[in-house]
Design a protein around this ligand. Structure first.
Ligand code: LHQ
Length: 258
């Protein structure tokens, strides 16, 4: 059984972490499967949004700590470079909207993997734990970059130093995630966001993602320049022409992603 499942549903590429008995703790093998999905399978033209979630009661418990035992575990900088960073950058650089449905606990690198998505929603019973310092490590997988930008330096520092569990409800209040949905019907509610995005102008969403990510580091003049370049590109898409015509003809648009 693969440790990451992939299926195409309603123009959405659905990625499901699949080691439910271990709370989907992340192994090197899992990373290889994930990288393969991001590099080769998501390229299917039919896919216009991605939905990332976990199987079972957890989302992802971070690095599988038993996978680190033994002589073959590489030094951690190499482990991160080979098995974590390509997944982080793969999700961030994907020219498609990525929705993460955090179905249960997200701990360590699992918490930061969730934050890589463009829109993060969580089930009411889910939680986020920056578990790293509890075992003498530091937060990785881009967490020290994204978390302070999401919740501010003070809250990020406390979360990352104390390693305390943050409930989904608090995570929403703090701006770490977009929304909490009730446990019952969570998958349908979370997936429907991805389905909705998959019917929208795909290239405009990709340019929006690009501009928002660049805004984390750019100054205003740089950002204005980028917006101009991307708006020009968006204005040359078929979907823009369709959106404009549909508005003027008072009908619903039919976007194709072109
Ligand atoms: C696990 C794990 C796990 C193995 C649950 N590993 N089995 C990057 C690269 C370089 C170096 C290392 O680190 C990193 C990044 C990182 O992610 S470091 C942080 C690693 N993660 C953690 O420290 C979290 C460890 N897990 C937990 O704190 C708890 O298991 C959580 C809070 C996730 C869930 O707690 P519970 O709901 O009480 O479930 P549980 O603890 O009973 O877990 C269920 C099973 O899953 C259990 O196995 P068992 O065979 O006893 O039923 C756990 O051992 C296993 N599991 N996390 N990371």
């Amino acid at each position: 059984m693969p440790s990451v499942l992939f299926e195409l549903k309603d123009n959405v590429g659905v990625i499901t972490l699949n080691r439910p008995e271990k709370m989907n703790a992340f192994t090197r093998n899992m990373s290889v499967e994930m990288q393969d999905i991001l590099r080769r399978r998501i390229t299917d033209k039919q896919i216009r949004a991605v939905y990332l979630t976990g199987n079972g009661r957890g989302f992802c418990a971070g690095q599988d700590l038993s996978d680190l035992q033994g002589m073959d575990a590489p030094p951690f900088d190499k482990l991160l470079a080979e098995f974590y960073d390509p997944v982080v950058t793969g999700i961030r650089n994907l020219a498609l909207p990525v929705v993460c449905g955090v179905n249960g606990v997200a701990a360590g690198a699992g918490a930061n993997l969730a934050l890589c998505a463009d829109i993060v929603v969580a089930a009411a019973n889910a939680s986020f734990i920056q578990a790293f310092t509890k075992i003498g490590l530091i937060p990785d997988s881009g967490g020290t970059y994204l978390l302070p930008r999401l919740v501010g330096l003070q809250k990020a520092t406390a979360l990352m130093m104390l390693g305390e569990k943050l409930s989904a409800v608090e995570a929403e209040r703090w701006g770490l995630i977009y929304k909490v949905f009730p446990d019952e019907g969570f998958t349908d509610a979370a997936f429907s966001l991805a389905r909705q995005l998959a019917q929208m102008p795909t290239r405009a969403l990709a340019y929006t993602k690009q501009a928002l990510q660049a805004s984390l580091d750019n100054n205003l003049p740089q950002q204005l320049q980028l917006e101009a370049r991307l708006q020009r590109a968006a204005g040359e898409t078929n979907d823009y022409r369709e959106g404009l015509s549909a508005f003027l003809e008072k009908r619903s648009p039919n976007f194709t992603g072109e």
